[in-house]
Design a protein around this ligand. Structure first.
Ligand code: BGC
Length: 271
């Protein structure tokens, strides 16, 4: 996993000693922050998921406190993997399309490691969901170019080449010419806000996916986010060259993918 930032603090030694097969996965979203311990060998949650509403405003300090509350809830003392809905490089947040702008430049890995007392690794939310899909879900054993797209408040993207992630692709912000930032036109939130029929929204999604086809010639699209549960409403309306399937991991994809990524990062440090 390339976005390893495990651990900026506490020490590497601590990361090594706390690494078992279970990692606490935490998924930071616009409305809720949820976490659960994950057995990374098979992606199962070993305890019931715990959710706390995202603080408003979602400043770095307020979110770090909630992340710490989740770790405390599980009396957690071990590695943590955490998603964030923005570009994350080496633990540092580099964008803030749908979160408080004060996040830009923030070393989230360091901040959360401090607030939880546990080594914490951070990665982009769509990348985390993609990892779960590729390892355990709709992308299992898929070779070639696979694009996982999450439709929610924004549009997240995770690009895999023969199972290897290219992190932080941010394809939800592509410029379609007449639509400069595609997520403001085709995210699932826009369907609700503009009260679009599924048919009208599907046309937008189709246009977007056609653009991605032209750029990347993918072998498979995996559609995630809340809309993956509504595939009956719009999948048959999409006319594309590329096979398109719904994500299978649903609500837990971010938690599971984050835990797996943190495990890989800690293991790489330990060897
Ligand atoms: C952000 C991405 C994120 C996506 C889904 C976009 O606005 O730029 O980083 O993955 O929303 O949350």
């Amino acid at each position: 996993m390339k976005e390893s930032t495990l651990p900026s603090n506490p020490s590497t030694t601590q990361a090594n000693t706390v690494l078992g097969n279970t990692v606490l996965g935490i998924d930071i979203g616009g409305s809720g922050i949820k976490g659960a311990p994950v057995d990374v060998r098979n992606g199962t949650l070993t305890a019931e998921r715990f959710r706390i509403p995202t603080p408003q405003p979602s400043t770095p300090d307020a979110v770090a406190e909630v992340v710490a509350d989740i770790a405390r809830h599980f009396s957690w003392q071990g590695a943590i993997g955490c998603t964030f809905p923005a570009i994350v490089k080496h633990g540092v947040v580099h964008s803030a399309a749908n979160v408080d702008k004060r996040w830009i430049g923030e070393d989230a890995a360091h901040h959360f490691s401090q607030s939880t007392g546990c080594p914490t690794m951070i990665l982009n939310d769509a990348d985390a969901a993609g990892i779960a899909e590729i390892r355990l879900g709709a992308g299992r054993e898929q070779r070639g170019v696979v694009m996982v797209l999450t439709f929610g408040t924004g549009i997240g993207s995770a690009l895999f080449i023969d199972g290897t992630l290219v992190p932080n692709t941010e394809l939800g912000h592509l410029d379609l010419g007449d639509h400069h930032n595609v997520e403001t036109w085709a995210a699932a939130r826009v369907r609700k806000e503009e009260d679009l029929s599924w048919k009208k929204w599907a046309k937008r999604v189709e246009r977007y996916l056609e653009h991605l086809e032209a750029l990347f010639s993918p072998d498979l699209f995996i559609i995630g986010g809340g809309v993956s549960k509504k595939r009956d409403k719009f999948f048959e309306l999409l006319d594309l060259h590329t096979p398109c399937t719904a994500a299978e991991m649903q609500n837990e994809a971010g938690i599971i993918g984050a835990a797996m990524a943190a495990y890989d990062a800690a293991k790489a440090l330990a060897t």
